[in-house]
Ligand binder design. Structure first.
Ligand code: ADP
Length: 473
């Protein structure tokens, strides 16, 4: 996974968790808002009921100018008591049999509560500033919540609240007060928006998710590195075994000629000796010939054994592109460290191959290309791995822009012990070629102009119906 993908994963996780957190927070604040509004409604309803009770008491009593004059001092919300009033209001009160609001003046912050009593009526002029509950009232005058009391077309603003935030409606509450005599509607509204979001918890969430993503990325990277190290180790073990075999085959090949020469030399010398020759010399030559023959037999047996392995490796359909991808992934850290730009080109291509041998050939070719480009200037640090499908064979080409093949190497490139590297065994390419031939394929090489080398591995295609569609065709 790339860094960008981890970042995207973090962003999506934060977005989802953050949205859930914001929604939960909004729900909590809405509940709190509704609870406060219900408290305010209850308190105002109680105040309205108190007024109703005071008025009912006055209605029951005979007019007492003194007491009525003293009432405002005892009940501060009552500014004064009036006898009589607006005829329509009196008629309404009488018809309903209860007190009614006979006048409401938001500018003066007053209303008049009137109740018909016998032929006339008693009215209380109420100062709303004193009428509003003081104790437990949840809203500050300069708070964010807008509170209004509405009657008909008129409204008394108790708290202006914060201005509405854009199109967000925010939270709303509207309910008429309990006592039917004072049908004021309490309207409460609170604008809400991103400024109210729980930014500190959101930041903490981002930090926690960031840490979790970083940890997951590290674990993922470590697991990838561990798997890569294991794979390299496995490849190395196989390579060592194969290299030993190749080395033995190389030695057998190299020793064959000198041993034959020693044998024929000893036999010729023996023939040249006459009967008077000293016995020790004759014995020495016979011994030389016998031992040379014995050594040649050992070498011949070894060669025979190596050239005819007991069981041919099982060939399986293998996608060259997938195997190339895996081999490139295995060496990716080395390519990155060397600043080499790698491209994989061409279609998927299913060939018949022995998986381990195929991986080993690719690994050898890629490693050689990596080493050939170690010292070249950055613009030449380019490696192309290209795939192509022929009529009967699939071809994988590894093309680098490194030093190119030295002329003395080119002639015997696939022979054992050909190397220009200090400490190089010179067995990688000879082994790769042996493996390719054993799978019915071939490995070839050429120099590129102006720089670099190209190796082509060709292997028989699996049955044609195994070939995936070629997107380029
Ligand atoms: P080794 O890597 O041990 O030398 P190889 O058989 O893999 O053995 O390679 C043999 C030689 O072929 C190398 O020493 C090098 O000179 C040459 N060679 C192989 N691949 C490349 C390449 N991509 N560019 C230039 N020279 C190469």
């Amino acid at each position: 996974m790339t860094r960008l993908r981890w970042l995207a994963l973090f962003a999506v996780a934060w977005l989802l968790a953050g949205t859930a957190l914001v929604r939960w927070d909004i729900a909590q604040r809405r509940d709190a808002f509704q609870a406060e509004a219900r408290t305010a409604h209850r308190l105002l309803s109680q105040r309205a009921a108190e007024l109703e009770a005071v008025l009912a008491t006055l209605v029951l009593l005979a007019p007492q100018a003194d007491a009525e004059a003293r009432l405002p001092a005892l009940v501060p919300q009552v500014l004064r008591v009036q006898r009589g009033g607006d005829a329509a209001a009196v008629a309404l009160s009488r018809s309903r049999g209860q007190a009614v609001v006979a006048g409401f003046d938001p500018a003066l912050r007053q209303f008049t509560l009137l109740q018909a009593a016998g032929p006339e009526a008693v009215a209380l002029v109420v100062g709303m500033d004193h009428w509003l509950p003081r104790v437990d009232w949840p809203y500050a005058a300069a708070g964010k919540v807008a509170v209004r009391l509405v009657l008909g077309e008129q409204a008394l603003v108790l708290s202006p609240g914060a201005p509405a935030l854009g199109a967000t409606p925010g939270f709303r509450f509207a309910k008429t007060l309990g006592p039917r005599s004072q049908p004021f509607e309490l309207q409460v509204q609170r604008a809400t928006g991103p400024a109210d979001w729980p930014w500190a918890p959101l930041a903490a969430l981002a930090a926690a998710l960031g840490a979790a993503t970083a940890l997951a990325a590290t674990l993922h990277r470590q697991r990838g590195a561990r798997r890569r190290a294991e794979e390299l180790l496995r490849l190395d073990r196989v390579a060592r075994l194969n290299t030993l075999g190749e080395m033995a085959a190389g030695l057998a090949h190299e020793l064959n000629q000198p041993l034959t020469a020693v044998l024929s030399g000893a036999q010729a010398a023996r023939r040249m000796l006459d009967d008077d020759a000293p016995a020790p010399l004759v014995e020495a030559l016979d011994l030389t010939a016998t031992q040379a023959r014995r050594a040649a037999d050992v070498v011949a047996r070894l060669r025979k054994r190596l050239e005819q392995p007991e069981a041919a490796p099982p060939l399986q359909p293998q996608d060259l592109r997938t195997v190339a991808q895996q081999a490139l992934a295995l060496l990716q850290p080395e390519f990155s460290a060397a600043g080499i730009n790698v491209r994989l080109l061409g279609p998927a291509c299913i060939v018949l191959a022995e998986p381990v041998a195929l991986t080993q050939i690719m690994h050898n070719l890629l490693r050689n290309a990596l080493q050939a480009m170690a010292e070249v200037p950055p613009p030449r640090k380019r490696l192309d791995v290209a795939l192509a499908r022929g009529a009967s064979h699939g071809v994988l080409v590894v093309r680098d822009h490194g030093t190119g093949l030295a002329p003395e190497v080119l002639a015997r490139l696939f022979q054992p012990f050909t190397s220009t590297k200090t400490g190089g065994l010179g067995l990688g390419l000879s082994l790769s070629e042996s493996l390719a031939v054993a799978m019915g394929g071939r490995l070839s090489a050429q120099n590129l102009r102006p720089h670099g080398a190209e190796f082509a591995l060709s292997l028989p295609l699996a049955t044609p119906h195994d070939q995936p569609a070629d997107p380029d065709r």
